[in-house]
Write a protein that binds this ligand. Structure first.
Ligand code: NAP
Length: 318
């Protein structure tokens, strides 16, 4: 393999340790130097040719501007809403991400959150541990099998969620920017109409300006008092204040949330709600899937610096 050890790579976020170790062995690696010693960063910045970051990382235009030799931003994650792709493109900087290798994991997480929120499994665990079973049975929960599932975003992961939901005998409908003629599920152009026709609404679109607060108070109203929301997309896609109010007032029955507006900070009002299941953005967080993501993120860097075609550039850079 070509010697890549003279290429300077900046990590713009804390990376998966095995991925970082591989980068350190291969490149001249600078761990979040832009967040630390300004003088040290100013010295290295002109030589940085690649940025390695995560799906939730911020790579703003201001950082790209400070890196005149930058050629590629490799995102460890499929979502890249934190990267200023327009600024990168304007400079001829390529952006890559890690689609597909995490579909199964995120779909499993979505189904898990749906089951946990409906069947109250975390609360059931607490019920036993706290000895409350001794005083009587736990209140009844909600049935998932056979229910109506609405999927907001019918892309790679949305389709993997639908496949799993079919095994639960669920009726599936979805919204996306366009209908998918090849899929056997009902399409609703409008997310309010989808919510009205759903018992469970699972959100799995990209984040960013195009989907900001797509799930708002009107959508939650349409989902209704027996409805459950699951968000495994980005916190920005759901109006978090509207969600908190809907949960507090019983406008919807419950929620399963893997993502939040201001991670890792989760509003106290959400934490206080018993009918909400919370997870710390673990959609793709298994050893096997994080390794597959690391291999692909690394593969994109290696392809770029050995003159090979990029494995998975983001659509804007194809
Ligand atoms: P994808 O294949 O690009 O699918 C995205 C879907 O969202 C597409 O169906 C797209 O519609 C739809 N969409 C985009 N903008 C929309 C809008 N304004 N209104 C309605 N639908 C819209 O992406 P993916 O690989 O499935 O990943 C989806 C997202 O999941 C990622 O971008 C990331 O934010 C999130 N994610 C979260 C985790 C986690 O840990 N929780 C892990 C991985 C991914 P069209 O098909 O019509 O274009």
């Amino acid at each position: 393999m070509s010697d890549l050890s003279s290429i300077d790579v900046l990590a713009a976020a804390r990376l998966f340790p095995a991925y970082q170790a591989h980068l350190e062995k291969t490149f001249r690696f600078h761990d979040r130097l832009h967040e630390g010693d300004a003088a040290a960063f100013a010295e290295v910045a002109p030589r940085i040719r690649a940025v390695a970051c995560g799906g939730e990382s911020k790579v703003p235009g201001a950082l790209i501007e400070r890196l005149p030799a930058l050629e590629i931003i490799s995102v460890f994650g499929v979502g890249y809403d934190g990267v200023d792709v327009a600024a990168a493109k304007a400079r001829g900087v390529m952006v890559t991400h890690t689609p597909n290798v995490l579909n199964d994991e995120v779909a499993d997480t979505a189904i898990g959150l749906m089951l946990c929120a409906a069947r109250q499994l975390p609360a059931a665990d607490r019920y036993v541990r706290e000895g409350r079973w001794l005083s009587g049975p736990m209140p009844l929960s909600r049935k998932v099998s056979g229910a109506r599932l609405g999927i907001v975003g019918m892309g790679r992961i949305g389709q993997a969620i639908a496949q799993r939901a079919l095994a639960f005998g669920m009726t599936i409908a979805y919204t996306a920017r366009s209908a998918k003629a090849e899929l056997p599920y009902a399409y609703h152009a409008d997310v309010v109409a989808l919510a009205e026709a759903s018992d469970f609404l699972v959100v799995i679109t990209p984040g960013g300006a195009g989907t900001r607060h797509l799930v708002n108070a009107r959508v939650l109203e349409a989902l209704g008092p027996d409805g459950i929301l699951v968000n495994v997309a980005r916190g920005s896609v759901v109006d978090e204040q509207a969600l908190i109010e809907a949960l507090e007032r019983g406008t919807i029955a419950g929620a399963g949330l893997d993502v939040f507006a201001d991670e890792p900070r989760v509003p106290e009002r959400l934490i206080a709600l018993p009918h909400v299941v919370l997870a710390p953005h673990i959609g793709s967080a298994t050893v096997a899937t994080r390794q597959a993501m690391a291999d692909l993120a690394f593969g994109n860097l290696r392809a770029h610096f050995t003159g090979q075609p990029l494995l998975t550039p983001v659509p804007e850079c194809r």
